[in-house]
Write a protein that binds this ligand. Structure first.
Ligand SMILES: Nc1ncnc2c1ncn2[C@@H]1O[C@H](COP(=O)(O)OP(=O)(O)OP(=O)(O)O)[C@@H](O)[C@H]1O
Length: 251
């Protein structure tokens, strides 16, 4: 095993009924690396994230975190999910709990940490995203962008080793997209290992170390982000970037 590989996926196959959605995916994510997954609608991006987080059973292949298989029978998902933070398009905050209570749920109930220590961390994280003064508000009192930032903090408060982001700005009004992406850019700068599915090409270029381009359930191109956006190798990736009207001049 290479020293600094955090997440490794080998020959992952995933079917829904008799339909193959991931057809032999291999991927290595190094500690501190930001990997952006791109590809046409329906190519399997969300499914890949959901498999990594154990939300979908897989047909074959192996996924390991820190050199330990997390796809084998008997995996302790309770433990693994504490190491893998995931943020979805829908923030899924509990409506009857305050922002602070939402964030503290996992640290207190799952990780059994002390109220004082977990609250200190939650408040520090809320301060960082500019929402400490809203800690006693309820989710309905926050904007979509604020709720999504809280959802990110909720995942971070578990001290995960890697964060997975699945189209986290897709449901937001345009003026709220930036504030969420800025939080993610900040995390990247601090060295958080992240796997990001997004359709925000400007953001992808700004945040990614590596781009993985998936088409029809297979990785068809994997390259340094700078190279991918300036000189995509495959026609499929070129077509994809054209659809987004994205190239060096316009992007
Ligand atoms: N629970 C499910 N049952 C059956 N088929 C599914 C299920 N979830 C996804 N699929 C199918 O698997 C394929 C891959 O879906 P997935 O959501 O991973 O794609 P995606 O690349 O994330 O797409 P998008 O960019 O549109 O979100 C799609 O054809 C989708 O219809």
């Amino acid at each position: 095993m290479e020293q600094d590989i955090l997440l490794e996926i080998n020959q992952l196959h995933k079917n829904y009924d008799d339909r193959t959605v991931l057809n032999g995916v291999n991927l290595k994510v190094h500690k501190g690396e930001v990997v952006v997954i791109l590809g046409p609608s329906g190519c399997g991006k969300s499914t890949l994230l959901r498999c990594i987080n154990g939300l979908e059973p897989i047909q074959s292949g192996d996924i390991s975190l820190d050199g330990q298989s997390i796809s084998a029978a008997g995996t302790d998902w309770h433990l693994v999910r504490q190491k893998i933070g995931m943020v979805f398009q829908s923030y899924d905050l509990f409506p009857h709990m305050t922002i602070l209570e939402n964030i503290l749920l996992g640290p207190l109930k799952v990780q059994k940490r002390s109220q004082e220590e977990a609250t200190r961390q939650a408040e520090a994280l809320l301060e960082r995203i500019g929402l400490l003064d809203r800690k006693d508000a309820f989710p309905r009192q926050l904007s979509g962008g604020q709720k999504q930032r809280v959802a990110i903090v909720r995942a971070l408060c578990m001290n995960p080793e890697v964060m997975l982001f699945d189209e986290v700005t897709a449901a937001l009004d345009p003026e709220m997209v930036r504030e969420v992406l800025d939080v993610m850019l900040g995390l990247a700068k601090q060295g958080m290992t992240m796997v990001i599915v997004t359709h925000e090409m400007g953001f992808a270029k700004a945040v990614a170390d590596k781009v993985v381009f998936i088409d029809e359930g297979k990785i068809v191109e994997e390259s340094d982000a700078e190279l991918f956006f300036t000189d995509p190798k495959t026609d499929r990736a070129k077509q994809f970037l054209n659809i987004f009207n994205f190239n060096e001049e316009k992007g």
